[in-house]
Design a binder for this molecule. Structure first.
Ligand code: ADP
Ligand code: MG
Length: 446
């Protein structure tokens, strides 16, 4: 079977070999096991279900949350000569009927669907008559009510699978799942003794650092860090638009070619600034977390956080935009107690704003009309507690004297990490006995 998989990898995707985790996961899928793959973005999770789908008989159903993601994947597959199609609200009823007919014909190997389609009668009757090779759930963390991207419609997946005449193997894939979220995914999707693999979160070329300057020396600290990276491309993340304006001004006054990006700027300016950064005309980008999604700049040598993000997931995602080309890069967080209060304030505010209800981010295209959770009050409180816990972990990262890399990897559930990496600011510092975490515990009272 693996030989066939290898052949398909070369033939359709033009790759010479599998990455180690891919072949292990594919082997399990082909054996009929449920799998849960937690690997970072870019690790190659798609092949984990695409290859088994291609070499197995029948049709694979791929649940995917974003219309644009489905479109891209399907057109890439079609270009590679793989028969695949998608079904979502972006296509007309006539086209939907055509897709269903194509999927039923037996020649289509992968059908991508939005979770909202799972109980559409005609789709269901297709799934009950067609032979299904597997069901894949991309961005599986969306099923977790505690996750940032929770999609109520992901909760339909389990009953969809249960309703199938013959249960095919189920693959759940995600880039972000702490051990708790992994458990949540397995439970909510009713995975059967899933083979779980958490891997690839370590980015050996990244050097992690935390700076804890006196609040008054924060700007000077930033300038020093940026000077140390003179001539290199980097991103400085700030938590607010006004901080972006302020920091960008500071860097420009000091002779650095910096530009800025936040949601308060006109789309045309955002676009122009982004291009200046991408083409190295202005190698320093000062931005809020609105910047970065889908940006693929390989030579970012440093990511500095001028403000602490509210959770380790966000931090690692943003910091991870450094060193994509594999060259050594620095990820430095400037810690300031005040940021903890700001984050706490925002968590409190969003809890109040939810008013016990559930805020839909609107970022997902097919989610209009999704209902709130049944037990909205309890859920809202649980999300609040979870957010506080995440913030606490973020503060521990900033104040811990233990290895930073090992902290991050353990946070994400990757347990094979070394105790000391010797490539972070904590591993290279001899700390005095004073324990800064005690101070952090005092700040955090929630
Ligand atoms: P993920 O879903 O984990 O973010 P993707 O499945 O989109 O990642 O793959 C990321 C990139 O890695 C794609 O460009 C893909 O072509 C490439 N890739 C995946 N597997 C391999 C492989 N075995 N050899 C070379 N490139 C690969
Ligand atoms: Mg993916």
């Amino acid at each position: 079977m693996l030989e066939q998989a290898q052949k398909a990898l070369k033939e359709y995707f033009g790759h010479q070999s599998f990455r180690p985790n891919q072949s292990e996961l594919i082997e399990h899928v082909l054996k009929g096991d449920d799998v849960l793959a937690v690997m970072p973005t870019g690790a190659g999770k798609s092949l984990v279900y695409q290859i088994p789908a291609i070499i197995s008989d029948g049709l694979a159903i791929v649940v995917s949350p974003l219309i644009s993601l489905m479109k891209d994947q399907v057109s890439a597959l079609n270009q590679a000569g793989v028969k695949a199609a998608f079904l979502n609200s972006s296509i007309s009823p006539v086209e939907q009927a055509e897709v269903l007919e194509y999927a039923a014909s037996g020649s289509c190997k992968l059908l991508y669907v939005a979770p909202e389609r799972l109980d559409a009668p005609r789709f269901l009757s297709l799934c009950k008559t067609a032979r299904l090779s597997l069901v894949a759930i991309d961005e599986a963390h969306c099923v977790s009510q505690w996750g940032q991207d929770f999609r109520p419609s992901y909760l339909r997946i389990a009953s969809f699978i249960e309703g199938l005449p013959k249960r095919p193997p189920v693959c759940a894939l995600t880039a972000t799942a702490t051990p708790e979220v992994q458990k949540d995914i397995a439970r909510a999707l009713e995975l059967r003794d899933p083979f779980t693999l958490v891997s690839g979160f370590d980015r050996a070329n990244l050097h992690f650092g935390v700076e804890r300057p006196d609040p008054k020396a924060k700007r000077a600290c930033l300038l020093r860090l940026v000077r140390e990276h003179a001539g290199q491309a980097g991103i400085v993340y700030c938590s607010t638009r006004s901080a972006v304006e302020d920091v960008c001004g500071l860097l420009c006054e000091n002779g650095f070619a910096a530009t800025r990006y936040h949601a308060g700027l006109a789309a045309s300016e955002r676009h122009a600034n982004q291009e200046d950064f991408l083409f190295d005309r202005k190698p320093i980008m000062v931005a809020t977390n609105a910047f970065g999604m889908g940006i693929d700049k390989s030579n970012v040598s440093f990511v500095i956080h001028y403000n602490m993000p509210s959770d380790v997931e966000s931090y690692y995602q943003e910091a991870g935009r450094a060193g994509r080309d594999g060259s050594p890069a620095d990820c430095i967080l400037i810690y300031n107690k005040k940021d903890v209060q700001t984050c706490q304030f925002l968590i409190d505010k969003s809890y109040e704003d939810r008013g016990g209800g559930f805020a839909d981010t609107g970022a997902w295209s097919d989610s209009a009309g999704e209902s709130a959770l049944a037990d909205a009050d309890g859920a809202s409180r649980a999300i609040y507690d979870r957010d506080c816990d995440r913030l606490r972990q973020m503060v521990f990262y900033c104040t811990s004297t233990d290895c930073l890399r090992s902290f991050i990897l353990r946070y994400f559930g990757q347990t094979d990490s070394p105790y000391r990496c010797e490539n972070c600011s904590n591993c290279s510092t001899d700390f005095e006995v004073e324990d800064v975490t005690v101070e952090a515990q005092k700040i955090l009272s929630c």
